[in-house]
Write a protein that binds this ligand. Structure first.
Ligand code: ATP
Length: 663
């Protein structure tokens, strides 16, 4: 354990720190969360990067906020030019949506993982400016050794949250440097600048959101009206406040902006709707004195007329900046894999695909079994697309990801006003949304028993009764279910209904985990090619060896994430051992034969001609090495390689390794 790690352990356990000044409460509290709540290890943190498609979705979701923020980031970047800082905008989940960095420093930031699409939530990256500001909901500085992950201790980050007009978090604006040259004290200026920019973005978002209303902007001093600290009230045509910002609430002496919303403007100021209309007609820069009703204080105000846009709002979207980005994002968008793609060169997958083709469109209920990340949803979707329902919706529901209390309404839908908090117009529910297409119920073992009864009824009667309704709606249901749990053992203790089990289980197909797939090398190449897109990316032998020897508990999903991150972070188009997460790079030192070359991503998944297959060689070496280390004890070797004894025997046979050779 290095010094940084032991400091973290000691502080999190409430102990003292040898020579260093102890971190503040904020950092200490975050370290504790990282260890106890997220189960992170400071030495084993890897940067996760989203696909271009996922990133485009996140960007779409935040809408014009990104354009507004970009305009302000350009201003701020001009102020801090030459300081070595990059500016980053994230969404409320901590995913970096866009950045501004000097061209000369771009590759440093990329290598540090400070890049579009990277997930900097605290639960993934440990204590850091972005993630910790999101959790604390306030501006923070996380300087060098304040970071939880050892790999991030050369970063210095100052971040401030950005809130939507109704108060929810929109994201974070962050200024980061990849070198800890500046002192912690100098970060006070950085965090102040970033906070100011975050406030300006909030102001523009407010003005843009309420562009169809009159906005009254006020402050106790006339020179502050129309600037970052003024209060803003959006007022509708009848003179009612429809939104207020924090500064408005604070200046008027309320703790909460909600206390202002829905009230008439005349309750707060000596202002009537007709006076507002008159001020609008005078032009929005006229500042005039107004009197507050409750305490009689004097303020100064001006109005922003309805229908005006702010700089950086929709006007920027119209410049095409957004479309250029999404065009780049679309570049690598992966086409959904077909059954043929998923089959690869693995005999078990080939069997699965053959069976699936036989039952598709025959009304046989398909159940897919497999460890997490083995591609169950991808397989279900490919089956759907291979059948007659391909043009109809494929609706996926993960029963484990929805709180138990919501599964019922999610699946069966509800009538208007069925329960407190229900949407006013009701909801159709996923079963009805999938009618005519396919409903994919993932982790069906997590479905509460009472809902299993309702699901069975839907399957038998082919109709759904939404919550709060008495009218049954017919449904053309085609169900594919999936589970990683052994449902049979759940039958025995009553956690899964036997009748439903047999109803769903027309045929069960089991997807093999990556460590047992015979085509692991081809899979690695295909995913690398997919993630690299048009870029030529190679992998060093040591990295190939480590990837082949790794046991991939997270299966294809983990493989994809690791390669995606490595592609994003690698320098000069070559993935090295250091670009891989600690768990994997530790499995280094594999001696590959001289014939083993690099793996390149420009071969569309095919091994380079005329070269011995390096991944196969690496696998053979890994097996040999483990056997030697375990003195040819099969049980211990299989355990070290995280595979079953049968798999180990199979691999030995495949690589022509006889047990007698070591004895
Ligand atoms: N044969 C394949 N080749 C390349 N990528 C694949 C393949 N199969 C699945 N994937 C990718 O692996 C990831 C995980 O797949 P998927 O979500 O289908 O797994 P899952 O078994 O349903 O996971 P979970 O058990 O967590 O629900 C996805 O990004 C998917 O696109």
């Amino acid at each position: 354990m290095d010094r940084h790690e032991s400091t973290i352990m000691s502080v999190a356990r409430g102990g003292s720190v040898a020579d260093d000044a102890p971190p503040g409460q904020l950092i200490g509290g975050s370290w504790k969360r990282c260890l106890e709540d997220y189960g992170l290890d400071p030495a084993r943190i890897a940067v996760d990067v989203l696909t271009h498609r996922e990133l485009a979705e996140h960007r779409d979701h935040i809408g014009e906020v990104i354009d507004i923020a970009r305009a302000e980031m350009e201003n701020l970047a001009a102020q801090i030019a030459g300081s070595g800082y990059a500016l980053l905008l994230t969404n409320a989940e901590g995913v970096i949506l866009c950045h501004q960095a000097e061209a000369a420093l771009e590759s440093n930031f990329r290598q540090a993982g400070l890049w579009d699409g990277a997930d900097w939530s605290e639960s993934r990256q440990g204590t850091n400016g972005i993630g910790t500001a999101l959790i604390e909901r306030r501006a923070v500085t996380v300087h060098c050794n304040d970071h939880f992950a050892t790999r991030h201790t050369s970063l210095s980050c100052s971040a401030a949250p950005i809130h939507a007009p109704a108060g929810e978090l929109l994201g974070v604006l962050d200024a980061s440097s990849v070198q800890c040259e500046d002192s912690r004290a100098s970060q006070m200026h950085t965090v102040a600048l970033v906070s100011m920019s975050a406030r300006l973005i909030e102001k523009c978002v407010f003005l843009n959101t309420y562009r169809d209303e009159t906005v009254l902007r006020f402050h106790g001093r006339p020179e502050f009206v129309n600037l970052v600290h003024d209060g803003m009230l959006a007022v509708n045509g009848e003179g009612r406040v429809v939104a207020a910002d924090d500064s408005a609430a604070m200046q008027l002496g309320y703790d909460d902006r909600d206390a202002l919303v829905g009230k008439e403007i005349s309750q707060f100021f000596d202002v009537t709707p007709s006076l507002l209309a008159q001020r609008v007609s005078e032009g929005n820069l006229t500042v005039w004195p107004i009197r507050e009703v409750r305490r009689g204080r004097r303020y100064f105000a001006c109005v922003r007329a309805p229908g005006r846009l702010t700089a950086g709002g929709r006007s920027n979207a119209a410049t095409g900046r957004g479309s250029r980005l999404s065009a780049r994002g679309d570049r690598r968008e992966t086409v959904r894999p077909t059954l043929d793609d998923l089959q690869g060169q693995d005999p078990r997958m080939a069997f699965n695909v053959r069976c699936a083709r036989r039952v598709v469109d025959k009304g046989v209920q398909l159940m897919i079994h497999g460890e997490t990340g083995t591609g169950k949803e991808a397989f279900a979707r490919a089956v759907h697309e291979a059948g007659a329902r391909a043009e109809q919706p494929f609706v996926a529901v993960n029963c484990a990801a929805i709180p138990e209390s919501l599964i019922e309404s999610e699946l069966f839908g509800y009538k208007a006003g069925a329960f407190t908090g229900a949407r006013r117009d009701g909801m159709r529910g996923k079963i009805l949304q999938s009618s005519g297409g396919t409903l994919f119920l993932d982790e069906i073992g997590d479905m509460p028993v009472e809902l299993q009864t309702r699901l069975l009824r839907v399957l038998e009667e082919r109709e759904v009764v939404p919550l709060g309704s008495e009218v049954a709606v017919p449904v053309d249901l085609n169900l594919i279910s999936a589970t990683h749990a052994p449902l049979k053992t759940m039958l025995a203790d009553g956690r899964f209904r036997e009748d439903l089990y047999y109803r769903l289980n027309g045929i069960t197909l089991t997807l093999p985990p990556v460590r047992e797939r015979a085509d692991r090398d081809a899979l690695l190449r295909a995913i690398l090619a997919d993630e690299a897109g048009e870029d030529a990316v190679e992998m060093e032998e040591s990295a190939v060896g480590a990837l082949m020897a790794y046991h991939w508990p997270g299966n294809i999903r983990e493989m994809r994430n690791v390669l995606r991150t490595a592609v994003a972070l690698c320098d000069g188009g070559v993935i090295r051992l250091a670009d891989l997460p600690g768990d994997i790079s530790e499995i280094s030192g594999l001696e590959l034969p001289a014939s083993a070359g690099r793996v390149a991503a420009d071969d569309n998944g095919q091994p380079p001609a005329a070269a011995a297959n390096p991944l196969e060689c690496a696998e053979r070496d890994a097996v040999m090495r483990a056997l030697q280390q375990n003195r040819w004890n099969i049980t211990n070797t299989a355990r070290q390689l995280a595979m079953s004894r049968n798999t180990l025997y199979r691999k030995m046979k495949k690589h022509d390794i006889a047990l007698s050779s070591g004895r």
